[in-house]
Design a protein around this ligand. Structure first.
Ligand code: HEC
Length: 112
């Protein structure tokens, strides 16, 4: 009986190690997708970012990255699936529908 208890304890510890919450998974995906991290350009939470400045005729023009918060899911998905404009610096990703949903919910603070 005691042995079974110990064995169960070890098992539950092992499973506990593997278990991550949906939020942790979403954060991992946002910060480490298969490709360059979204965070590099969109910041910690997807708000508007100034990535750098372009100097044109002595004026400093900020290179802004639009906020990706509060977009419709359709727009969000399109940005991650459509062929990119050649001027865009955003890389192409091959994310699954589930991964896109996870990222969308993460950016918009929706649980699950
Ligand atoms: C190298 C920089 C870079 C990285 C990395 C990047 N993006 Fe972007 N993203 C941009 C830029 C710049 C735009 C603005 C539109 C454009 O230039 O294509 C954009 C646009 C978007 C849009 C559309 C915004 C709109 O208003 O339509 C979404 C959604 C988006 N990014 C999500 C993501 C997600 C999710 C990731 C990670 C899987 C990611 N991006 C990684 C630079 C980046």
């Amino acid at each position: 009986m005691r042995l079974i208890f110990i064995v169960l304890l070890i098992f539950s510890k092992l499973f506990a190690e593997d278990f991550i919450t949906m939020k942790e998974y979403a954060k991992m995906l946002y910060e480490n997708p298969r490709g360059i991290s979204c965070k590099e350009c969109h910041g910690k939470d997807g708000g508007e970012q100034i990535l750098g400045y372009i100097i044109k005729k002595d004026t400093k023009i900020p290179y802004k990255i639009p906020s990706i918060q509060n977009l419709s899911f359709e727009k969000f998905k399109l940005a991650l699936t459509q062929e990119k404009d050649s001027r865009s610096i955003m890389p192409s990703y091959s994310l699954t529908e589930d991964e896109i949903i996870t990222l969308y919910n993460y950016i918009n603070h929706k649980e699950k």
